[in-house]
Design a protein around this ligand. Structure first.
Ligand code: HEM
Ligand SMILES: *[C@@H]1O[C@H](CO)[C@@H](O)[C@H](O)[C@H]1NC(C)=O
Ligand SMILES: *[C@@H]1O[C@H](CO)[C@@H](O)[C@H](O)[C@H]1NC(C)=O
Ligand SMILES: *[C@@H]1O[C@H](CO)[C@@H](O)[C@H](O)[C@H]1NC(C)=O
Ligand SMILES: *[C@@H]1O[C@H](CO)[C@@H](O)[C@H](O)[C@H]1NC(C)=O
Ligand SMILES: *[C@@H]1O[C@H](CO)[C@@H](O)[C@H](O)[C@H]1NC(C)=O
Ligand SMILES: *[C@@H]1O[C@H](CO)[C@@H](O)[C@H](O)[C@H]1NC(C)=O
Length: 344
């Protein structure tokens, strides 16, 4: 039964990868092969050296890539500092922790030394997200005791950097944790992504943390009535009580952090989906995934298959995400410093 579902999924994955080919035609694997042959190795080596000491940065890098791609395409606009005119994407309320910005800046500095003006910040974001997830995954052991698995996706390169970053666009276009399935799907469709992309990319929440204020409304004040008992009924009441007791002790806590996939927040595995099925997803947007019959059936089939199945569908959707509205050829520029546009 599970085997059949898996076989069907493989067919879907392969067919979709072929169809998606058109969207990525302008990016290509090994884009820097001749212009900066060491580029991808420099990114990977830096990640391999530093992520083991700071594994939680991997989640931040992955999320940064997502936020980047959802506003003006994957063009590193998320990294730009505000200029005189107003606030930039990085100042938007669904704040990114700034840790990933410094990490990317340091990789960029090394690449500028190796081959000035060649490798885009947008490609660094995409590569660092992939490589850092590759470092932290320890998903399971083979019968012989070897570490196995983890998602690996190809990152065709050649993205160019944007020159515009506007806070309001991030607020409008990055999906909110309060969204229901309909709105989430609309938000993904707006970026030419589909239901499968929504379902599998949400699986990124198998790693990383959230601040209490991203979901406290579900614990204390779901309908606006407030007071005891006004929790989101779609959240497991026992889990909600536990979060109120041990983590988010007040309705205004905006500093405490909670593992989104408790107990395995540094492990890229299926337990995020298992939690969602048990009504323990932290956000309404997580819970929303099982309010749609198709999405729920997809999740059930992947949860009952070997983790490789999840890695495959996740990888396919990461390739789709990394191709959203990319700038290529003569569009945009190659920034010298990821936080500022070049002076002309
Ligand atoms: C489907 C819509 C999504 C919503 C509404 C959403 C919302 C959120 C929120 C509110 C947080 C917690 C932020 C905080 O409180 O500090 C978060 C964390 C995170 N998100 Fe999502 N997200 C979505 C999709 C994605 C996607 C597509 C990815 C990547 C492929 C992603 C990767 C992450 C990661 C890795 C973290 C943890 C960050 C860290 O530990 O620093 N999310 N997300
Ligand atoms: C960008 O802004 C950050 C935080 O305000 C600051 O530390 C950094 O120096 C700025 N970078 C540049 C290149 O202006
Ligand atoms: C969001 O970012 C702004 C600007 O970098 C910062 O002042 C603010 O404290 C951050 N908010 C949160 C909730 O981290
Ligand atoms: C989803 O949210 C939107 C926007 O808040 C709302 O208009 C719509 O009625 C909601 N849909 C469902 C099925 O709850
Ligand atoms: C999708 O795009 C439309 C048109 O730009 C916009 O009005 C709408 O708010 C977007 N929806 C979401 C959920 O981002
Ligand atoms: C609960 O939500 C309502 C409506 O959003 C708001 O007016 C009220 O201040 C909130 N109460 C608390 C205790 O946060
Ligand atoms: C957190 O909440 C406190 C009190 O409500 C507020 O003063 C502070 O600015 C908030 N911090 C952030 C980072 O939003």
């Amino acid at each position: 039964m599970a085997r059949m579902a898996m076989a069907a999924l493989v067919v879907v994955v392969v067919a979709a990868a072929v169809l998606a080919g058109g969207a990525t035609a302008q990016l290509k694997e090994g884009f820097y092969e001749h212009t900066c042959p060491q580029a991808e190795k420099i990114v990977k080596d830096y990640v391999k050296e530093h992520i083991p000491h700071a594994p939680s940065v991997a989640a931040t890098l992955l999320r940064t890539h997502f936020h980047d791609c959802f506003v003006r395409g994957c063009d590193a606009s998320v990294l730009l500092n505000a200029t005189g005119g107003g606030e930039a994407e990085r100042d938007a309320a669904p704040n990114l922790t700034l840790r990933s910005f410094g990490f990317i800046d340091r990789i960029k500095a090394m690449l500028e030394e190796e081959c000035p003006g060649v490798v885009s910040c947008a490609d660094i974001v995409a590569l660092a997200a992939r490589d850092s997830v590759g470092v932290i995954v320890i998903t399971k052991y083979s019968p012989a005791g070897e570490l196995q698995g983890g998602p690996f996706w190809s990152v065709p390169t050649g993205r160019r950097d944007g020159t515009v970053s506007i806070k309001q666009e991030a607020l409008d276009q990055i999906p909110a944790p309060t969204m229901n399935f309909t709105t989430l799907l609309q938000s993904f469709r707006n970026k030419s992504l589909d239901l499968a992309d929504l379902v599998w990319l949400s699986g990124a929440h198998t790693i990383g943390i959230a601040h209490c204020n991203s979901f406290t409304k579900r614990l204390y004040n779901f309908t606006g009535r407030g007071g005891p008992g006004d929790a989101d009924p779609s959240l497991d009441p026992e889990y909600a009580a536990n979060l109120r007791r041990t983590k988010c002790k007040t309705a205004t806590d905006n500093t405490t952090i909670v593992e989104m996939d408790p107990g395995s927040f540094l492990t890229f595995d299926l337990s995020y989906y298992r939690g969602v099925l048990k009504h323990r997803g932290l956000f309404q947007s997580d819970a929303a995934l099982i309010t749609d019959a198709t999405a729920k059936a997809d999740i059930l089939s992947v949860v009952n298959a070997p983790p490789e199945m999840f890695f495959q569908v996740f990888a396919r959707s990461m390739v789709n995400l990394g191709a959203v509205d990319v700038k290529t050829g003569a569009e945009g520029e190659i920034r010298k410093h990821c936080a500022v546009v070049n002076k002309h």
